[in-house]
Unconditional design. Structure first.
Length: 296
């Protein structure tokens, strides 16, 4: 595996190797035979969100984060990764993205804690770049705050990104939330009714819904929530809190719903309380694909 020092040397002397690597990367279909996906998320740092539980700088070390990601991607049943160009280019140079689903994160302009957080500009991947590099799709965060005018710009740009990705025949992953602002801080509302509202708003974005998937939180009354859409859905892990066993049980129950096609999890798998990334990933793999870590 390429070391971090090698990555810096390559970036300094041979940056063209990144485009070359994307061009020769071995690819796979979006879905395997069971129609399910387990993706590891790594797009939080680009929004300035580095915290995990009580450690506000948990993801500050790029070598440590890349090592955790490489461990996760090496485990059986992990289908791929979601990330921004900086992280995905590093993983590509490390040689760990062959035969993986790779989803590019597109809007990271809504920096955590910023006064403009809900005016979430598209500052990372474009649909054209995702297509040119052979990624399998793009993801966008759509926080909807009825009292913040920045929301309408985010929705407009999200709709355009949906249209652009669909024109390329690529997966569109929308992560919608109804949100509020209290004391200058954005809070995503994770109850059933607000999640349902966010689903209907997100589903109507763009000129085509043919390639749209949803990325939704695990909320109470999830069976009723999932009646709001016919779109395939991946569940998000979020910032891990409390007992991991409780989290795993909630994932397992949610994955029994027909529209739920898998998980997109970052911090809960990359930074488990006991530090054992491989073990945490294997639990998630078993929940998504069944058959334990030796499945594939």
């Amino acid at each position: 595996m390429t070391s971090l020092v090698d990555l810096t040397e390559i970036r300094a002397r041979e940056p063209q190797r990144i485009a070359q690597g994307w061009g020769t990367r071995a690819r796979r279909p979006l879905l395997g035979s069971d129609g399910r996906l387990l993706l590891v998320a790594a797009d939080h740092p680009a929004r300035g969100a580095l915290g995990v539980r009580s450690d506000s700088m948990a993801m500050a070390s790029r070598p440590a984060l890349l090592e955790r990601l490489a461990t996760a991607l090496s485990r059986p049943g992990v289908d791929g990764v979601l990330g921004t160009p900086d992280i995905l280019d590093d993983l590509l140079l490390m040689g760990v993205l062959d035969d993986k689903v790779v989803i590019g994160s597109m809007n990271r302009g809504g920096l955590q804690g910023a006064t403009f957080e809900l005016d979430d500009r598209f500052t990372a991947y474009t649909a054209d770049e995702i297509a040119a590099r052979g990624l399998e799709g793009g993801k966008m965060l759509a926080r909807i705050c009825l009292s913040d005018p920045g929301t309408v710009a985010t929705l407009e740009k999200t709709g355009q990104a949906v249209t652009d990705l669909a024109e390329h025949g690529l997966m569109v992953m929308i992560e919608p939330f109804m949100s509020v602002v209290h004391g200058g801080r954005v809070t995503n509302l994770r109850d059933a009714d607000n999640t349902i509202r966010s689903i209907h708003i997100a589903a109507g974005l763009g000129a085509s819904s043919a390639y749209t998937w949803l990325k939704l939180p695990v909320v109470d009354d999830l069976p009723r929530v999932m009646e709001a859409t016919t779109m395939p859905t991946l569940l998000l892990g979020g910032d891990p809190q409390g007992d991991p066993e409780h989290t795993y049980a909630a994932w397992g129950k949610a994955l029994q719903l027909p529209a739920v096609r898998g998980l997109v999890v970052g911090r809960a798998l990359l930074f488990p309380p006991d530090g054992d990334v491989a073990a945490a990933v294997d639990v998630a793999s078993d929940l998504v694909h069944g058959g334990g870590p030796g499945l594939r």
